[in-house]
Design a protein around this ligand. Structure first.
Ligand SMILES: *Cc1c(COP(=O)(O)O)cnc(C)c1O
Length: 458
């Protein structure tokens, strides 16, 4: 039995045990995620159309609903070795503090300068851009983790990197901006006056502090207008979930070493990439009828795409230049309350996860931000890691589930994704400490107004 083997605080894999292929959960889905649609014709985007925006190999991955496994090129595997395999940690200290019979594990993705899991996909996307002989890539970033990850990957491969950073973050998170500049990226606050769409948004909403949807539109415009550039995105897309499957594959390999079967798998959900990656191999087993797991997505109550959004085709960006994606969405104009400091602000959710959720294969809960920061501190004080606010959504629900076990006496095994560290989020922690954080939850009326503006697609 598993209990015979003492499980260490940290389960590390050997380098030689690192996955050599990404796992593509779409291959095992009976109901495939809906295709991206051309925003003009409402017909599925062809590879050729997508190739105007994205790199060739990434287009192939985006459209691949068939191949279960896709080789990770040697160059990417070598880069991964800089900061992977990532440890799977048994949270003995947290269990002790909570006095719970539950067994809690977390997969820690914060061991790199970007401080999050985003580097897993950034290096893959930069690699394929380089392979295609491109000059550079453009992207958006909110809080800055994705921009940092992409600038690290681009500097490693000598690619130019243009980042549009949501203005409010650009101003409030100058340190992350400077990290990007360490890696040679150019960082522009969005909406800017450098693009047509930026000028338009600034004219229509003077003084706007920007949104992810708006920064995406600017980054796409620059990619499309500059020869030798393509656009890359840090979440939501099928290809990003594919790259992030490295998280789940390593987690599963580590658990298998000790014959551990999780009961509950929990992850925070912004655009869905870390969660999609973490659950991928487990969801695969579930889809093939080989095992069953409770899978829980955790989102902020102030940006509740899964729990209160509509499953419909929507724009991925404010400027409506991107393809339409069928996803759980709050509407592409939705911007969470300015007081919301916990990240996970995107209006939509990965089409893969949206389909799995719609099929009842996973659950979702929303949590209020003060409760999230309480959990973050509780965790920081016993586990030696200062968590990112985003990651702390998963911590909140992991703690809640562990406390339920305390009441029932059940020894459940809980695994959650600790996606990153929060050292650049001290302004948010400060708000929390000073009691300046509130839990604004949008009303049904507000959400209905945004939902009414969803594009009509039949
Ligand atoms: C970006 C980010 C997230 C959310 O993005 P997903 O695509 O939903 O994974 C979560 N945690 C951290 C630390 C992040 O940087």
């Amino acid at each position: 039995m598993a209990e015979e083997k003492k499980i260490p605080y940290k389960i590390y894999l050997e380098e030689s045990e690192m996955p050599q292929k990404w796992y593509n959960v779409r291959a095992d889905m009976k109901n495939k995620p809906a295709p991206l649609l051309n925003p003009g014709t409402h017909q599925p985007m062809t590879a050729e159309e997508l190739g105007g925006v994205f790199c060739e190999d990434l287009v192939a991955q985006e459209l691949d609903n068939e191949n279960q496994y896709i080789d990770i090129p040697q160059e990417i595997r070598d880069f991964y070795k800089m900061y992977r395999p990532a440890p799977l940690v048994r949270a003995y200290c947290l269990e002790e503090k909570l006095q719970t019979p539950a067994k809690i594990y977390y997969k820690f993705e914060g061991n790199n300068t970007s401080g999050s899991h985003k580097l897993n996909s950034a290096i893959a996307q930069a690699y394929y851009a380089k392979k295609q002989g491109l000059k550079g890539v453009t992207t958006e970033t909110g809080a800055g983790q994705w921009g940092t990850a992409l600038s690290m990957a681009c500097s490693y491969l000598d690619l130019d990197c243009k980042v549009f950073m949501v203005k409010v973050s650009y101003e409030q998170k100058p340190f992350r901006r400077e990290v990007m500049r360490v890696y040679g990226a150019s960082v522009t606050p969005s909406p800017s006056m450098e693009t047509e769409i930026g000028k338009k948004i600034n004219a229509e909403h003077p003084g706007t502090t920007g949104s992810l949807g708006c920064a995406i539109s600017e980054a796409v415009e620059v990619a499309v207008k500059n020869p030798g550039y393509r656009y890359v995105l840090g979440s939501v897309l099928n290809q990003v979930l594919l790259h992030q499957s490295i998280i789940g594959l390593e987690t599963k390999a580590a658990l298998d070493k000790y014959d551990i079967k999780p009961d509950i798998i929990i992850g925070c959900a912004g655009g869905g990439s870390n969660l999609g990656g973490l659950i991928a191999p487990f969801m695969g087993e579930k889809l093939r009828g080989e095992a069953d797991y409770r899978i829980i997505a955790v989102e902020p109550a102030s940006c509740p795409s899964f729990t209160r959004g509509k499953y419909a085709y929507d724009f991925c960006d404010t400027g409506m230049v991107c393809p339409l994606a069928k996803m759980y969405t709050l509407g592409s104009d939705f911007i969470p309350s300015a007081n919301h400091a916990g990240g996970l602000r995107y209006h939509g959710m990965s089409p893969v996860l949206s389909q799995l959720y719609d099929d009842g294969l996973m659950e979702a809960v929303s949590v209020e931000q003060t409760k999230v920061f309480e959990a973050a501190e509780q965790f920081a004080r016993v586990e030696g890691i200062l968590p990112a606010p985003e990651s702390s959504h998963a911590i909140r629900v992991a703690i809640d589930e562990a406390l339920k076990c305390k009441e029932t006496g059940e020894e459940k095994t809980i695994v959650f994704g600790l996606t990153g560290t929060g050292y650049f989020d001290m302004v948010a922690y400060e708000k929390f400490h000073d009691g300046k954080m509130d839990d604004y939850i949008p009303t049904d009326e507000e959400l209905a107004e945004y939902a009414a503006k969803l594009p009509k697609v039949d």
